[in-house]
Design a protein around this ligand. Structure first.
Ligand code: NZQ
Ligand code: ZN
Length: 389
């Protein structure tokens, strides 16, 4: 196991009725900007609950943050926050609204020329970012208690992640009942995104991280169980509660400490979203299993472990067959969750896909994966395998 420092300062208020906890958790001296997306939180009354919890606070609202939040939309919120003297952000929504809040928190006090530098160059934020908290309505990204965000620049046609140690939310409210109104597509997206988050930190090379491995396997098995349950029984509180908790644990930093991490599926996926507007999780479902197939030699030991421990494929099974079975079962699970497990099934044109490796090259993403082995050439092999699957 490698050296590591683990620190996650986000407080979680978990369970039905916890939105009221906002009242005490945000000191009344703050001037709050409540951020939300395209309106789901208005329809399902989550925003009304937030307004009630903030009845003793001074607050303003900014709606319209889109899925795959754009720099352009977020800059309107930055201008509003500067104009109104906002000193606290409260994101109410899914990963896009929370990621957007992280950008706004860093951009409001930014003194450089263009806040996009925060994303593009990981420019040091000159002043402390504004404090931010959130009410999560879509379990998927883990953004509610991590320090990462992914922002799209519509003008440039690109999508990029950034991280900052001071961008962990102060607190996150995780009330499973806020997810009851999720369309089935977003449930599928959330389960697959969380599954691939775990896998990007687990299906690499052995690092003697027994705790991380068993924990990751437990999270994957939980997803296999609650994914179909929550699709079939949308009002099952326990299924939703487990879904919300597992998606949080998948990317709160814990299982990735001290072990190699891949993330190449995510980085290729971000390019696909920037090019086609595909949902984040759909890009992962189309790339992930092909990534495993192309790199099965390098990942062999962990793939076998995955086959035995997660899919319960007997150790007596021929090793190559066990790996094939585990990968096939993974693709089938994505399909059960309503996503397409290959680019072929998405009917995307080959000529356009062929341009993707050049985008990775141009943006310097030339050594992705746990050991930097995913060059644009390897990325092309993965993409072509997915076009033919
Ligand atoms: O915009 P509204 O009207 O709220 O509707 C949203 C949106 O259309 C809807 N929704 C959310 N909660 C709902 C609901 N509809 C009904 N009832 C509810 N309770 O769902 C749609 C998708 O929302 P979005 O926030 O875009 O989804 P998600 O949480 O999957 O976030 C995706 C974004 O997060 C990034 C992705 O790249 C993408 O931009 N990621 C962020 C990560 C992080 N910060 O750590 C890691 C991830 O790998 C990911 O890259
Ligand atoms: Zn993801």
């Amino acid at each position: 196991m490698h050296l590591f420092t683990y620190h996650n300062p986000t407080t979680l208020f978990f369970g039905k009725g916890q939105i009221i906890a906002i009242r005490r958790a945000i000191p009344e001296k703050h001037k709050v900007l409540v951020l939300y997306g395209g309106g789901s939180v208005k329809k399902n009354s989550v925003l009304d609950q937030v307004r009630a919890a903030l009845s003793k606070h001074t607050f303003t609202e900014f709606g319209g943050i889109e899925p795959n939040p754009t720099y352009e939309t977020l800059m309107s919120a930055v201008e509003l926050a500067r104009r109104e003297g906002i000193d606290y952000l409260l994101a109410v929504g899914g990963g896009s609204v929370i990621d957007g809040a992280k950008f706004i928190a860093a951009a409001v006090p930014f003194e450089g020329k263009d806040p996009w530098e925060i994303v593009e160059k990981h420019a040091p934020v000159t002043k402390t970012p504004l404090p931010l908290s959130c009410v999560l309505t879509l379990p998927a990204t883990g953004s509610e208690s991590n320090n990462g965000a992914v922002i799209s620049h519509a003008g440039k046609g690109i999508k990029r992640p950034f991280f900052h140690p001071q961008l962990y939310p102060v607190f996150a409210v995780l009330d499973p009942t806020t997810t009851y109104t999720l369309p089935l597509k977003q449930i599928g997206n959330g389960v697959v995104d969380a599954f691939v988050h775990v896998a990007e930190q687990y299906l690499t090379t052995p690092a003697q991280g027994y705790v991380q491995d068993y924990y990751a396997e437990g999270l994957l098995k939980t997803l296999l169980e609650v994914g179909p349950q929550t699709l079939q029984h949308p009002l099952d509180y326990e299924a939703r509660a487990n879904f919300m908790w597992v998606a949080n644990q998948a990317l709160n930093g814990l299982i990735g400490v001290g072990v190699p991490q891949d993330w190449s599926t995510h980085m290729i996926g971000h390019e696909l979203t920037a090019m086609y507007g595909l949902d984040h999780a759909q890009t992962l479902a189309a790339i992930f299993t092909q990534n495993l197939r192309v790199r099965r030699k390098a990942k062999r030991a962990k793939l076998l472990q995955y086959a035995h421990r997660v899919w319960q494929i007997p150790a007596t099974t021929d090793e190559e067959k066990a790996i094939d079975m585990a990968i096939d079962k993974t693709a089938a699970f994505f399909e059960v969750m309503g996503l397409k497990s290959s680019l072929a099934k998405l009917k995307i044109e080959r000529e356009v896909i062929e341009k993707l490796p050049a985008r990775l090259q141009e943006s310097g993403q030339t050594a992705l994966g746990e050991h930097g082995e995913v060059t644009p050439v390897v990325a092309k092999q993965i993409l072509m395998a997915s076009m033919e699957a």
